[in-house]
Ligand binder design. Structure first.
Ligand code: MN
Length: 256
């Protein structure tokens, strides 16, 4: 039987996770292991300084007092007896595009799945609350059905972003764009007048390249980006060797 592991970063009670579970249920057994609270922007954090408590809320539905990556780790190693056919993370409340995916717990959970060689997908819904997850759930279903039959390239996860609203222009395969923030740190005062800083709420300045995730999303298309795990800049290898000459540096023993 087809088994699908799902998680998110918005927490076990978020409607996006329920919508995802319902949308994927026709494809097989859906097992949920999700954080017990909101973990948005937690990135790929793994909890190693305390034990984790797994609570079975219902058959195949678990909450964990940890991060999205913790949930994938526990789900794959302890909840499931065999690797699942697919891992889906989401449906996130808000887009995960451009540079933001580095902060995303949603995408990081899919990265964790890909590290275990499980076909992994992150699904996010653009826009603002209140979110309507029906369209994004249907798209998750269509993509999951295709991947279960065919698989994904090695060391590659699928990052999916669905535009807000029900008027979808189509699907576009994109690259990760740049998303530059302006005024991304607010300065506020506490009741005693002491200054504090609050990260967030700035204006996103989007790269306009037509092949980017942000361009597709803002023109009404579902953006689908293949993300790979190798962070190496392969062009940087020759620069480090030849321009910087780093391998020719002799370490003088007397300095140590
Ligand atoms: Mn989130």
């Amino acid at each position: 039987m087809t088994t699908i592991l799902i998680t998110n970063d918005d927490g076990i009670n978020n409607p996006g996770l329920h919508a995802l579970a319902q949308a994927l249920a026709p494809l097989g057994r859906v097992v949920t292991v999700a954080p017990d609270r909101d973990n948005s922007a937690i990135s790929h954090a793994l909890t190693m300084n305390r034990p984790l408590r797994l609570i079975e809320l219902a058959p195949d539905r678990y909450s964990l007092d940890g991060t999205p990556s913790d949930c994938v780790t526990i789900g794959l190693n302890k909840v499931l007896s065999q690797p699942p056919d697919l891992l889906v993370s989401g449906i996130n409340n808000g887009a995960n595009i451009g540079d933001d995916i580095n902060y995303s717990g949603t995408v990081s959970a899919a990265i964790e799945g890909a590290m275990y060689a499980v076909a992994s997908v992150a699904v996010s819904l653009a826009g603002e609350p209140p979110y309507n997850f029906a369209v994004a759930g249907h798209i998750a279903y269509l993509l999951a059905e295709r991947i279960i039959g065919t698989g994904l390239p090695a060391n590659t996860l699928m990052n999916v972003n669905v535009p807000a609203g029900s008027d979808i222009a189509g699907l576009r395969i994109t690259r990760q764009g740049r998303r530059l923030w302006q005024e991304s740190v607010q300065e506020i005062s506490d009741p005693n007048g002491r200054p504090h800083f609050w990260i967030g709420g700035g204006h996103a300045q989007l790269e306009s390249g037509r092949d980017t995730d942000s361009y597709a999303l803002h023109h009404g298309y579902v953006s689908i980006t293949p993300i790979h795990l190798d962070l190496t800049n392969h062009e940087g290898i020759s620069y480090f060797k030849e321009e910087l000459g780093l391998e020719a540096i002799r370490i003088t023993p007397s300095l140590s």
